[in-house]
Ligand binder design. Structure first.
Ligand SMILES: Cc1cc2nc3c(=O)[nH]c(=O)nc-3n(C[C@H](O)[C@H](O)[C@H](O)COP(=O)(O)O)c2cc1C
Length: 146
């Protein structure tokens, strides 16, 4: 069974609900999960799997509760080879920078040497009413690889 860090960035709660839903599923499969709502770099490790769920705020910005984590990645630029992760980017396609936060974080992780186990899931609030349902279906496609 895997040890999994779930890092969430949410303003109004939708991304948080997605993160909780995925955590319940993974814990139900026997994985050991920790949910980080005010994550810092120290909360993740190449010895564990990272599941990142981020809404977007402002003009393509990372939610405030994930700013410190994003700044850690940018400013401390840790070498992340060996870290495997998957990422759910949430946004609204009526904004110019669709899923800007999730896309930024995905790019940063890849630049730092981390490896995406799956292509990023992008959820558009203009077409999806229940993002947790979409995210759960996505997780079930690949969770056997954990
Ligand atoms: C003030 C505000 C700004 C937003 N800015 C963006 C944006 O720049 N790009 C985007 O794709 N979505 C944007 N969104 C949409 C949210 O990311 C989307 O609704 C998301 O599901 C919200 O998740 P949350 O409830 O966890 O905060 C914005 C929403 C609000 C309310």
């Amino acid at each position: 069974m895997a040890q999994i860090d779930i890092v969430v960035g949410s303003v109004y709660g939708a991304a948080f609900l997605v993160a909780e839903t995925l955590m319940d599923e993974l814990a139900g499969q026997g994985h050991e999960c920790s949910l980080h709502e005010e994550a810092r770099l120290e909360d993740i490790s190449p010895t564990r799997f990272l599941l990142l769920v981020s809404a977007t705020t402002g003009q393509g910005d990372v939610p405030p509760n994930l700013e410190a984590f994003a700044a850690d990645l940018r400013e401390r630029a840790p070498y992340m080879k060996g870290l495997h992760y998957a990422l759910v980017a949430m946004g609204d396609s009526s904004y110019e920078h669709f899923c800007g936060a999730g896309r930024q974080l995905d790019t940063l992780l890849l630049e730092l040497g981390a490896q995406a186990l799956q292509p990023r899931l992008e959820i558009d609030a203009t077409v999806v009413d229940e993002p947790e349902v979409v995210a759960l279906a996505w997780l079930r496609e690949w969770q056997g690889q954990l």
